[in-house]
Design a protein around this ligand. Sequence first.
Ligand SMILES: [Zn+2]
Length: 164
Amino acid sequence: MTIKTPRTLAPSHPPPFRAVPWSDSTQVCPCCDGEAHVILGGIFAQNGIRAVYLVSWTRDRPQHVPHIDLILGPWGLDSQASARVLVTLAYRRKPQGGRFVQIDSEKRLANSPLYCGRALAAREAIPSPFSEELPLFIDAIWESGPFINEALPSHTYNSGRSQG
Ligand SMILES: [Zn+2]
């Protein structure tokens, strides 16, 4: 599936999901000496956590497109990793505003039995209700922090939300 980058700021009611970044780890990229970041966080609804996400991006390195890995499913205390699925989105730049596109997630670092039971392929359907919720998760991540402005410089997309 293709998920459009948010373009307009017109929330008439509180957003259903909130993204809370927990950590931002940095390391030197072995290929280009760039500053590679991985932000780990959670997507929360009123009644609890809905997903865990990782946003990876490299500062000032347009050859590394930002990725979002989302581990969808139950995250409660007695939940099983095998009940969760991993979906990965890669940013595609477009002159009129970029978008995130689902890609194969099998080779992603987040594809570990510690986290999920299955990694979705690029053309594989996202299970319900996450297929409907995913664009809202992306919105929530978008609004969660200034890092997005660095990961996706403003000239690469039309987002009224990026300035908070
Ligand atoms: Zn690199």
